[in-house]
Design a protein around this ligand. Structure first.
Ligand code: ADP
Ligand code: MG
Length: 343
């Protein structure tokens, strides 16, 4: 048997299997990079559901010319240096894999200009070894990443792409969740040259409801119960509908990172299960804040799930908070009667 090291592109394509499932996963990684770079404005241009083009432009910190090659290499990150950093992570990214993975399964160019660098440069990776070519370009402060022809060289993956409409809907849905993770960032989404969504920045906490209404709908907001509980080490706030109401959307965030965490969902379900058995869990938008040292985000390559060090405590905290918010409310009590009758 001959043991050989895989060429860089192939190794990156294998890694891409874990994080780059469809256009929406590319958008997720790139928008998270923009947020990590401190961007306050992010513009997303999609052509043909992302099959043809995904372009993300931000006004963040940018990448210096002599770091462009590294930015496109696997295991290269500016966000993590030591194991201790990993245990106290505050950025959305840290694996240093997204750009290398995406550029191994598409034609990716990165154009960037940090504010204190006089000119802009563009980089792309070529060939089986993914050698990076860097050339001058024109670009304002910030970064644009263009992903063209996603999966052009991985036909098996390309086959799994759905219609342009379906893929675009996934992107739209993803950006709704991101829009509710960072109220202060302006986000524009265009499809085939037309503006589809425009999330204006919200700076004051009392105005967050505007964006909630934009994403979840005015009806959600008019029915929702506001929930707030906990202290510095562990706290939760957000909005939750009374049982029996609509079941969409169901969004949870842990330290600003969007999650589909089983433990959180279980706690919410249990809170309703006790008072209203058999009913579908109603819609919610909930934000959990916890000491970053009490949670491990390095569980899943796409970081959908976390591991809480004190899982039971967190579970019961959420359970109690949701129960408390739902119980004293008259409207919920009458809903409970109704749904018990239905069961
Ligand atoms: P990670 O986000 O895990 O660090 P990525 O492959 O997503 O890994 O990005 C690699 C590096 O490229 C980042 O650590 C960051 O330094 C740089 N980078 C990527 N996107 C941007 C951006 N939009 N603005 C500034 N820097 C960026
Ligand atoms: Mg990243």
């Amino acid at each position: 048997m001959n043991i050989e090291i895989l060429p860089a592109r192939l190794a990156n394509q294998i890694a891409a299997g874990e994080v780059v499932e469809r256009p929406a996963s590319v958008v997720k990684e790139l928008v998270e990079n923009s947020l990590d770079a401190g961007a306050t404005q992010i513009q997303i241009d999609i052509d043909r559901g992302g099959h043809k083009l995904i372009r993300i432009r931000d006004n963040g910190s940018g990448v210096y010319k002599d770091e462009l090659t590294l930015a496109l290499s696997r295991h290269a990150t500016s966000k993590l240096k030591t194991l201790d950093d990993l245990e106290n992570i505050c950025s959305l990214g840290f694996r240093g894999e997204a750009l290398a993975s995406i550029s191994s399964v598409s034609r990716l160019t990165l154009s960037s200009k940090p504010a204190d660098q006089s000119d802009a440069w563009q980089a792309f990776a070529e060939g089986r070894d993914m050698a990076v070519t860097v050339k001058p370009t024109a670009h304002p402060n910030g970064t644009t990443i263009e992903v063209v022809d996603l999966f052009f060289n991985t036909p098996a993956r390309r086959k799994f792409l759905r219609t342009e409409k379906t893929e675009f809907n996934h992107i739209d849905e993803l950006l709704k969740r991101i829009a509710l993770s960072r109220f202060d960032v302006a986000i524009t989404l265009k499809h085939n040259g037309k503006i589809v969504r425009q999330y204006r920045p919200v700076m004051k906490k009392e105005e967050q409801v505007k964006r909630i209404a934009q994403v979840a709908g005015k009806e959600f907001l008019s029915q929702a119960l506001f929930l707030e509980s906990g202290d510095d080490g562990l706290s939760i706030f957000g909005w939750i509908l009374p049982p029996g109401s609509s079941v969409e959307p169901q969004y949870t965030y842990v330290n600003g990172r969007m999650m589909r965490d089983k433990l959180i969902l279980h706690a919410i379900r249990q809170a309703f299960e006790e008072s209203c058995p058999g009913i579908d869990v109603p819609a919610f938008v909930l934000y959990l804040t916890i000491n970053p040292r009490q949670v491990d985000v390095n569980v899943h390559p796409a970081k959908h799930e976390v591991r809480f060090h004190q899982a039971r405590l967190v579970h019961d905290f959420i359970l109690q908070a949701v129960k408390q918010a739902a119980q004293p409310n008259q409207c919920v009590v009458s809903e409970i009667v109704q749904c018990n009758e239905q069961v």
